[in-house]
Every structure is written in structure tokens, then in C-alpha cells.
Ligand binder design. Sequence first.
Ligand code: RB5
Length: 145
Amino acid sequence: MAIVGLCCDHAGYELKEFVKTVLDARGLSYKDFGCFSSESCDYPDFAHQLGMAIEAGEVYPGIAICGTGNGISMTLNKHQSVRAALCWSEEIARLAREHNDANVLVMPGRFVANVLAKNLVETFLDTDFEGGRHQRRVGKIPLQK
Ligand code: RB5
């Protein structure tokens, strides 16, 4: 696996730090695009950096966290090749990989405890895309020029 990309806002900062311990335990490298404290900030400032790094192939996959997960997902999904999936159950995380080939796991930091977050991260990292009919659908996601 390549370098995992991380980003968050202030509402996701603590969970992002916990996620690093999960990645460390698996011996995975990561690049943290911020934010770097619990001080109030704006999630697009960090989500766009991660989105650009995914598009450039610099990191894969991404893990992103804000309070609800919505703002950071909306921002990430502006990037053509980003498929950011908001996940709050293991089954959704598994399906996001199997069916959507999601390349960013998004978690709602204010609604996910550490134990669940660890399971979401591990499920996301350990699940392969099924391809087949899902490949056809995923291929239709990007806006056509
Ligand atoms: C920050 O208060 C909060 O709005 C943000 O973390 C996120 O939930 C936005 O979608």
C-alpha cells in the first residue's frame, strides 16, 4: 500500500491522531495534510490538499475526518478522481470499498468513538473492490467534458 493521506478539521483532530496509532500498529506510512490542533479552522483548506494529493497519486488511500463528515466529503468529492465515502458502520465501510471503490474513508468525528473508528479504518483498508458491474457504475461517476 502506498502512503495513506490524512486530513481533518478541528472537530476531527483528536480522532485523526488516534487513527495514526492504528496505522502505526499496521506499519503503514502516512502523510498528514492537517489540521494540526483542535483550534477552529476551515475543513476545505485541508480537504483540497488531500484531494490534490490523491489526484496526483502521491497518497492512497485517504482518511478524512470532520465533525459530521459531510463538509469534508463535499469538498473532497469536488476532485474528479476522488471517491470519498462517509462511513459510520463497518458494513458501510466494506460496501464503500466493494461497490464504490472509495479511495477516501470519511468519518464523522463527533459521532464515532475510537473503537468503531479502528474497525472502520481496518475494514476499509482490508476490503478490495469487487469490480464487474460496479466498475461500470464507478466509471460513470466523473463529470464528462
Ligand atoms: C465544525 O464545527 C463542523 O461544522 C465541521 O466539522 C463539519 O461537521 C462540517 O461539515
